[in-house]
Design a protein around this ligand. Structure first.
Ligand code: GLN
Length: 242
């Protein structure tokens, strides 16, 4: 953070933004402004360099081919690695999450290197695609309420020893390994399979990112009645039998 200005970077809107993941940038931006922060939001297309001076970086999901192109360009660019080395916060969804790991299976059926910013490896699930609503309990250390989201992925993600599960699912597949885990995180790098967009359905995750960026334990409260109504609706409809 410099002065009162938060630098928010949305990575590759042209390749990675399925299922409304753009909404994550809108939510972080709005909740920061509601706390009186200036927000400099930068949408970085895949033919542009990744700035290394951002505070929060957001990456969305994508289909298999755009996911491979995004991984190639992010590896070549190197800016996101440098930003994380500078202490930046990264929040990634689905394809973006897989790219942050050590490797995933690309659209050509080959092992594609990721950025290695999260200690996870993604393989291709042999069974049915993981599709549907998800409810889960977020790791208690993060002090967040129930997770709600929507998943749609073929990849399965295995966590290594330095990645903590972001959540444990009560409904849905999450990482798809059968152990009930969903997503992963280390200090400042987060990955989840949740679309929705996930920060609109779970605005306190956006606040967690802001708190990490500001290095504070609490933020001024804001009127969350609209979000609470959305959350209640999504949680209740996820619990209805299909
Ligand atoms: N292509 C990846 C998979 O199917 C990611 C999908 C997504 O981002 N929704 O696992």
């Amino acid at each position: 953070m410099s002065d009162n200005s938060l630098r928010l970077v949305w990575i590759y809107p042209d390749l990675l933004s399925t299922y409304g993941d753009q909404g994550n940038a809108l939510v972080v931006e709005r909740r920061a402004r509601q706390r009186g922060l200036d927000v400099a939001r930068l949408d970085v297309r895949s033919d542009q360099p990744i700035p290394t001076s951002g505070d929060i970086y957001l990456i969305g999901g994508g289909e298999d081919r755009p996911q491979r192109l995004a991984a190639e360009r992010l590896r070549r660019d190197g800016g996101l690695d440098r930003a994380v080395g500078n202490g930046a916060i990264v929040f990634s969804v689905c394809a973006g999450y897989q790219i942050l790991g050590h490797e995933f299976i690309n659209d050509l059926g080959q092992r594609e290197p990721g950025l290695g910013l999260l200690d996870v490896v993604s393989t291709r699930g042999e069974g049915e695609r993981c599709v549907g609503d998800v409810l889960g309990d977020i790791d208690a250390r993060l002090g967040l309420p129930q997770l709600t989201g929507f998943e749609n992925h073929q990849g399965i993600t295995h966590l290594g020893p330095t990645a903590r599960p972001f959540a444990n699912v009560r409904l849905g597949k999450g990482n798809g390994t059968g152990d009930g885990t969903e997503g992963a995180y280390n200090d400042t790098v987060f990955g989840t399979y949740m679309h929705g967009p996930v920060l609109a359905r779970n605005p306190l995750i956006a606040d967690l990112l802001l708190k990490l960026a500001l290095d504070v334990n609490a933020l001024p409260p804001i009127d969350d009645r609209w979000y609470e109504a959305l959350r209640a609706e999504r949680i209740s409809s996820a619990q209805q039998p299909a």
